[in-house]
Design a protein around this ligand. Structure first.
Ligand code: DOR
Ligand code: ZN
Length: 349
């Protein structure tokens, strides 16, 4: 296939940050996606409906003129979340879900939930309202190996919670293992999972290829080859449980290339093209629109976008870095090329 046309996709997991970084990165996502579901792990985190509404305005101010782009907002759950405010925000259409960061699991998760039992009433209220719970699915304990965190979360937190609150709807964010892929399709249409481009493209060898590769370090960390293959099978299966969510997570170059470097891959400038490469390699381009557009719209009960986009099989060079004030961020595939290009894309890409 030399060309593919599909309805404009939704990126159901992005980090936009705030301030100059927000202004620099929002245009990449807004050009390629109809919606983006925005993570709330700012400093301080977006913990109330009012904070989510204010953040939405700051994002809209960074969207280039003429683009039909909608940010979908989320709240960050803490041990003290007010269930009334949270669910009112969902019912009023300000937010589309709430994010569970287990405390200390990842970037800016220090205000996260210390014990799932502390938010049981919040989860019940969310289930009653039909508000999805979005999980950073890692169990963090000194005795749990970093590569096993996802499986421990599934077994010790996710499955018991799904069984205890049978109407709760859950999105397992950025699954990285065969265990995650299996869990996501084991609860019918109440559970879905996002999958990032980096977890489809790379196994954990990539972190050490010829030296330490900080720009491929994200959380949950890349896993073994068997897990990458299971994720590719899941994403391209056409099943409704698997959704496009890039987890594009920009950090300044100096913060990545540092002792104790930050976790996150900035994929927004090439994410769509990277997913297309995977679907092409798996002979599944005919199922791309389900993963990229239709499954997410169905799960989040969004209108299916009408506008279509066309990508052609043509190489495109990826910038070495992107300026943010007097600093820079390094995109996925920096200085390399991708095999697909958006038809009509201008020099901005
Ligand atoms: O790699 C990651 N980066 N994983 C996360 O969970 C958070 C994200 C970030 O905010 O940088
Ligand atoms: Zn994320």
């Amino acid at each position: 296939m030399q060309e593919i046309t599909f309805r404009k996709p939704s990126d159901l997991h992005v980090h936009f940050r705030d301030g100059p970084m927000l202004a620099a990165v929002v245009p990449y996502t807004a050009r390629d996606f109809r919606h983006a579901l925005v993570m709330p792990n700012l400093v301080p985190p977006v913990t109330t409906t009012a904070m989510a509404a204010a953040y939405r305005e700051r994002i809209m101010a960074a969207v280039p003129e003429g683009l039909d782009f909608t940010p979908l907002m989320t709240c960050y759950l803490t041990d003290d979340t007010d269930a009334g405010d949270l669910v009112a925000g969902f019912r009023d259409g300000v937010t589309v879900g709430a994010k569970l960061y287990p405390a200390h699991a990842t970037t800016n998760s220090q205000h996260g939930v210390t014990n799932i039992r502390n938010i049981r009433d919040v989860l019940v209220a969310m289930a009653d309202a039909g508000m999805p719970l979005l999980t950073h699915g890692e169990r963090v304990r000194p005795d749990i190996d970093v590569f096993d965190r996802e499986k421990f979360f599934i077994d010790e937190i996710l499955v018991p919670t799904l069984e205890e609150i049978p109407t709760l709807r859950v999105v397992m964010e950025h699954i990285t293992t065969a265990d995650g892929a299996l869990a996501a399709r084991s609860f019918g249409d109440r559970v879905a999972a996002t999958i990032t481009p980096q977890h489809l493209l790379f196994n954990r060898n990539a972190l050490f290829e010829g030296g330490l590769r900080p720009h491929l370090y994200c959380l949950p960390v890349l896993k073994r080859e068997e897990h990458r293959l299971a994720l590719r099978q899941a994403a391209t299966s056409g099943l409704p449980n698997y959704l496009l969510g890039t987890d594009t997570a920009p950090h300044l170059r100096r913060d990545k290339e540092a002792d104790c470097g930050c976790a996150g891959v900035f994929s927004a400038p090439v994410a769509l093209e990277a997913y297309l490469q995977v679907f092409e390699e798996e002979n599944a381009l005919d199922r791309f629109e389900r993963f990229a557009t239709l499954n997410g719209a169905a799960f989040y009960r969004l209108e299916v976008p009408q506008e279509t986009v066309t990508y052609v099989r043509r190489e495109r060079y990826v910038a070495e870095q992107i300026e943010v004030g007097d600093q820079s961020v390094i995109p996925l595939h920096a200085g390399k090329s991708v095999g697909w290009s958006k038809l009509g894309a201008g020099a901005e890409h």
